[in-house]
Design a protein around this ligand. Structure first.
Ligand code: NAP
Length: 307
């Protein structure tokens, strides 16, 4: 059993910022990360709205944060948390590898996951043409045709990223106005090899050979007309969903499944804080996640001082 002052779940911008602040305040801090460094930003080709940084790839921003975490003396273990005992003064986290960690404060910064479409063929062809990460998988579709589903900033960014690699990109959105920002919308509309299909929803992922994706059947919601968009890749970018089942029953969640914590990042349990995309909030951006990380670490410090 290893003991720390603050345990952080998740090495995205929220968790890594919390580690920098926690360790700098003199608390022995460890981050436990189940997958990749950076969380959602690892899937972001270009970040242009993080203050003072200018244009940077999500991977590079994540690496910079990681190096800063290590420079401050905080630790990072790539080992997912499989169970959490969060009530009472001493919290316990158990990881995939069977290690047990304890601390008096826990910051949950596990982010959110990409939402699924729930249409026929999606699950069957996941990894065989259906993808949830354009920057991870886009390279497999060089010189091919792809479809991006969604109308938010992620879908717009994914379409632009794929347009640099693919002969044609179909962008399908269920309404006639995008949710994403004007800069990205204008960039998408200016690209000749991106074909936008408004008022269009996905119906079924199709495979001609039963092995890999050959297209996506879509339906126009206004006319009811169905068509098959021929494509080798289908990129799903229909938003994020929380992944907080692990904490259900201990930590109060909102009706959508996000952790019910306000701007002070405090949860219903003493000594447990939530930072970044995982908590109830209106603006989910890298800078707001980092802001949460600082707040959660400061609140954790205040809590530890009172113990
Ligand atoms: P989002 O903003 O929630 O957008 C999800 C999109 O998917 C919406 O257009 C939505 O349509 C559509 N959608 C949802 N469910 C669908 C379904 N079942 N079938 C078809 N379409 C569906 O999610 P996101 O784009 O992943 O972005 C998440 C957050 O990260 C947002 O706050 C976003 O601003 C932020 N982000 C920011 C940047 C940036 O600033 N550069 C980049 C990426 C992400 P409706 O519009 O009709 O609801």
């Amino acid at each position: 059993m290893e003991q720390y002052d603050i345990l952080i779940i998740g090495a995205g911008p929220a968790g890594m910022t919390a580690a920098i602040y926690g360790q700098r305040a003199g608390y022995r801090t460890l981050i436990l990360e189940e997958a990749v460094l950076g969380g959602q930003i690892a899937n972001t080709p270009e970040v242009e709205n993080y203050p003072a940084v200018g244009k940077i790839s999500g991977v590079e921003l994540g690496m910079n944060l990681y190096n800063q975490v290590l420079e401050q003396g905080a630790q990072v273990e790539f080992d997912g948390v499989v169970s959490a005992q969060l009530a009472g003064p001493l919290k316990t986290l158990t990881t995939q590898s069977g290690k047990v960690y304890t601390a008096r404060a826990v910051i949950i910064a596990n982010g959110a996951k990409r939402r699924k479409l729930g249409i026929p063929g999606e699950e069957a062809y996941a990894g065989r043409g259906v993808s949830y990460c354009a920057t991870c998988d886009g390279g497999f579709f060089k010189g091919k045709s792809t479809v991006v589903v969604g109308g938010g900033n992620t879908a717009l960014e994914d379409a632009l990223y794929l347009a640099n690699l693919c002969t044609q990109v179909h962008l399908i959105h269920r309404r006639d106005t995008f949710r994403g920002g004007k800069v990205l919308v204008d960039a998408v509309l200016a690209r000749e090899n991106i074909q936008v299909h408004y008022d269009t929803v996905p119906v079924e992922v199709v495979s001609a050979d039963g092995q890999k994706v050959s297209g996506l059947t879509v339906r126009n919601v206004k006319t009811g007309a169905q068509e098959l968009l021929e494509a080798q890749g289908v990129f799903v970018a229909v938003g994020l969903a929380p992944d907080n089942q692990l904490f259900a029953g201990q930590i109060e969640l909102d009706p959508a499944g996000y952790i019910a914590a306000g701007e002070d990042c405090k949860t219903n349990l003493e000594g447990v804080f939530a930072a970044g995309d995982t908590r109830t909030k209106t603006v989910r951006q890298i800078v707001t996640a980092a802001g949460d990380g600082a707040v959660a670490a400061a609140e954790a410090g205040n809590y530890l001082m009172r113990q």
